[in-house]
Design a protein around this ligand. Sequence first.
Ligand code: SF4
Ligand code: SF4
Ligand code: SF4
Length: 287
Amino acid sequence: MKVSVVSLTCCAGCVCSFLNAGNALLEILSSDFEIVYSPTFVDLKEIPNVDLAIVEGGVRTVEDERLIREVRAKSKILVALGICATHGGITSLGDTFSVKTLLEKEYSLLEAGKLLELKDLMYPICNFVDVDYYIPGCPPMPFLIVHSLKSIVSGKPPVRHNAVVCTECNRKIVPAKLDKLYGIYEKEADPVLCLVSQGFICLGSLTREGCGAPCPRAGFTCFGCRGPCDSLLYRSRDIYAFLVQVISKRTSIPEEKVREELYRNPFIFHTFIFSRFERAKARERVI
Ligand code: SF4
Ligand code: SF4
Ligand code: SF4
């Protein structure tokens, strides 16, 4: 199987995660899986026709759009790798500035006005082309990438992870009685209890499993990099309202106060990741 690995606007962390798979990656490469195009590690300028294209990054520039359309036209199977490609991801933070401001202030040293034609916003690739499989994560864990690709290469449907990160987390969920919320750097986390039960904003109860919950296991809140879980996507529930309900239930803080707290405290991160993934038909292709 001939494979291309393509990067759009991104930090290249997803391809690094893919390379970090170590022996598991070597196993794939030694089977019927030949990478024939990748600006990161293959010196080939023209995008070739391939069986499988793996795309990291989203569409922020006019050139990104041209590229993803070309990649789609030249690949039988297209996999979106990482939350930038699947949902918009961390690169969507640029959406908080106007294009004019981005060009004048953020890219001024690169004279980007001459080099890049920016689109109005950052978009996931599904806004422009059909995507066969989505592997969200920032970046997706190496084992998840390799297991998913192995299935795709062998023609089997990849395992879908449709539950939430809490199911992979070893922390104990207990109802607590709190009067305020905390940013993760504001106090030391208890090593055993659920982070929400301690007043931290962990998004594990909304977020698709499959990563193994490394963040809450290490004492850091889940920031939702695997995107919304199936139950949120299928029932089209209001993600923010659901988060407020979960926090209120676990902390006994009234919902209205939770909403106030989420905006009061500058140490409480808000997620930017659940954006622009609205295509109902794509839900069952998220791995
Ligand atoms: S998903 Fe995260 S790691 Fe992957 S390219 Fe985007 S910012 Fe980088
Ligand atoms: S909310 Fe976070 S800390 Fe609590 S169980 Fe879920 S993933 Fe673990
Ligand atoms: S725990 Fe949350 S933030 Fe951490 S890798 Fe998993 S989904 Fe991403």
